[in-house]
Write a protein that binds this ligand. Structure first.
Ligand code: ZN
Ligand code: ZN
Length: 102
């Protein structure tokens, strides 16, 4: 389990909506945490699943952890996956489980 910076963040990331199955469809949801890249984002409600990466918590001001997006690509490349979005990558790379490769 990932520890978030504060209770407000914790509560905002917790998605409990009875009307929407997908948090990106729910206008009440503001933030998302991408475990795979260790990234926090503000959800952009444009009908898709886009979000804007944030670097500081909107509530407590804590600096959020560095994104591992580049490392994700680098680590996969070292393992021989040069097109990870197209290839069948190990399942650890679809969650935060791949951090153990670092
Ligand atoms: Zn916070
Ligand atoms: Zn909703």
């Amino acid at each position: 389990m990932v520890q978030h910076c504060c209770q407000d963040m914790e509560d905002s990331l917790k998605f409990e909506c009875t009307e929407h199955a997908d948090k990106f469809e729910c206008a009440d949801t503001l933030v998302t945490y991408n475990e795979k890249f260790n990234e926090y984002g503000l959800i952009i409600h444009d009908g898709g699943s886009s979000s804007k990466t944030i670097y500081y918590c909107s509530w407590c001001g804590t600096k959020l952890p560095d994104s591992k997006r580049d490392l994700w690509f680098d680590t996969l490349e070292k393992l021989g996956f040069d097109e990870p979005t197209e290839q069948d990558i190990p399942k650890e790379f679809k969650s935060g489980a791949w951090f153990k490769y670092l």
